[in-house]
Every structure is written in structure tokens, then in C-alpha cells.
Design a protein around this ligand. Sequence first.
Ligand SMILES: NC(=O)c1ccc[n+]([C@@H]2O[C@H](COP(=O)([O-])OP(=O)(O)OC[C@H]3O[C@@H](n4cnc5c(N)ncnc54)[C@H](OP(=O)(O)O)[C@@H]3O)[C@@H](O)[C@H]2O)c1
Length: 299
Amino acid sequence: MAINVIPVKPANSQWARLFACVFRQAAKLKTCPAIEDFSGKNVLITGGSSGVGEFISSALLDAGAQVISLSRGVSKAKNNLDNIYAITCDLAKPEAIVAAVEQLNGIKIDLLICNSGVVLNKYHTTPNGLEKTFAVNVFGHHLLYRLLIEKAMLANNGRIIITTGEAYLSATNCLPDRNIYKGFEAYGASKLGNLWQVLALKQHYPKLKTIAIHPGVVASGFGGGSKSGVSHWLKSKLLISEQQGAQAALIAATQNLPNGAYWHNTQGLMKLAEHDIANDADKSAELWQQLETLASPWL
Ligand SMILES: NC(=O)c1ccc[n+]([C@@H]2O[C@H](COP(=O)([O-])OP(=O)(O)OC[C@H]3O[C@@H](n4cnc5c(N)ncnc54)[C@H](OP(=O)(O)O)[C@@H]3O)[C@@H](O)[C@H]2O)c1
């Protein structure tokens, strides 16, 4: 069964859009139809052993895919993921990404899911001088798909899914460093960067299919948070489970969405206004150029 992919115009106001992310989220969630046989397909996912990623991996493993997960191995899985192939890789370290790609030994990747993401309360920089949210969420994934493309390891009709989020609405730019640090601002900026990466990938590699997703506001390990009290109670009422959070990626992995699509977990295929910052082609090209310069020592 195929899912409805008629584009939907989101609300004009940023606040209405953010409210729509949590209001009756579970009731409005779009669920992925039964996944057809995925055997013989190689899936590479970042952060595929925990959080939302664990449930994306387990559904694809159940459908017969070979799933390889890249992560630091710090966050723990809720369930046993039999058959997943885990490679230790810190996306904040370019050398670790290069080594992880080497370990793949030239296999063809049919589906790459750029799922890992961090939001950090404190300012950190990586050894190569990048602010860490940018380094993990944006640059690490750029280096990963560019290495795979450079080594002809992405299948000709391969798919790339990049996990963004409606937090991008709070941002106006995506920079490798910032003078004044606020964790959520840096996070929103990285998610805007993710949408610009999708725009640029569609332009540079039109034969691949690249899709951005908003997984929902999910009760995962994301951003830490208390395990009791009012905020915990509120979270349990408004947030969806990690399994529900996996549905957007599974839909993007298996359904016939257009190249460059942005899939929202409750609204479906988003038709963003031309003036939406996610559609800023100049800023997307500027970010791409900057990412290419940063990646050049490893490509
Ligand atoms: N949760 C939400 O409400 C929400 C909303 C919108 C978008 N998103 C996005 O959804 C994605 C998944 O988030 P989640 O909710 O599942 O969060 P999570 O439970 O915190 O999982 C994050 C994943 O990223 C991996 N990771 C963290 N730092 C890494 C690094 N330096 N290198 C490689 N992997 C790293 C973690 O594995 P290790 O710790 O083992 O490395 C973990 O598997 C993220 O991109 C996030 O921005 C989440």
C-alpha cells in the first residue's frame, strides 16, 4: 500500500508550525505502510543503534536489509538488535569518518540515513576548530556522503535521508562557529543546514534521491532532561515514542517521494513557501561551498 504524497502547505506563522508539532501529535502521525522485501539492500545509518535510529534499523532489519550503523557506541539500545553491523565512528572526527568508510570495504550503499544529531548545552569545539553541533549534525554527514560518492559507493539510484527538524524555523544561518553560544540556536541552525544540504544534493547529484525528514518531537535520549516531575509528565503527554519517531524515515526510505522532498511526521509531504528560509538557494550554495572547503583535506 502506498502513502498519500499530496503536498501540504504548512501554516504561515512560525508559532503555528511549532504548535502543530506537538498538538495531537500521536493521533496525526503518518505511519509507514508494511515494508516490502528489503533483502539484498545495504543500509548505512548514523546513530542506528539507539534513539529513533534503533527503531529505523530494526524495521529495516526485519524487512531483510543489511544495516550498518555508525555511532560512538555511547548511547545504549533499548532492545537487542540482532544482525546489525556496528562501526564505531565519532562524526565530530573526520579521520574517524574516513576510517569507517574504509571499513565498509567498497560495498554499495542503497540507502544512507543521516540520523545522528546532538543538541549541546555547552559550547565545544572539535580538534579541527568547528563548533560541535555543526561538526556532528552538518559537517560530519557532509564528509560521509561525499566520501561515499567519491568512492562510487552509493548505488546509482541510491537514496539519502537527512534528519532535520522544525527547529530550523528558529534559525537564519548555519555557521561552523558562533561568537555567542546558545545550545538551541546552534541546534536550530544545524537543522536549517540539513535542509540546505538536501537542496544542494538535489542540485549536484540529481540521480540520487535526497529527502529531508522531521521525525516528530520524540521522547528519546535527545537533549537529556529529567526523568520525573512536571516537565517529565508534560513530555510523556506531548511527545511520541522512538518507534513512532522512526516512521518518517521509514516512509522516506520506502515510499515514492520526490527528490528534494521534506517529509513531516504528522503533516506529510511539505510544500514550503518559496520565501521559506529552507528554500534559500544562495545560502544553500554558500554552505555547500564552505562544506566542500572544510572536507577537501579528506576527499
Ligand atoms: N528527539 C526529537 O524530538 C527530535 C526532533 C527533531 C529532530 N530530531 C533529530 O532526530 C535525530 C535522532 O535523534 P534522537 O531523538 O534519536 O536522539 P538520541 O536518542 O539522542 O540519539 C542520537 C543518536 O546520535 C548518535 N550520536 C550522537 N553524537 C554522535 C557523534 N558524535 N557521532 C556519531 N553519532 C553520534 C547517538 O549515538 P552515540 O551516542 O552512541 O554516538 C545516538 O544514536 C537527530 O538528528 C535529531 O536532531 C529529534
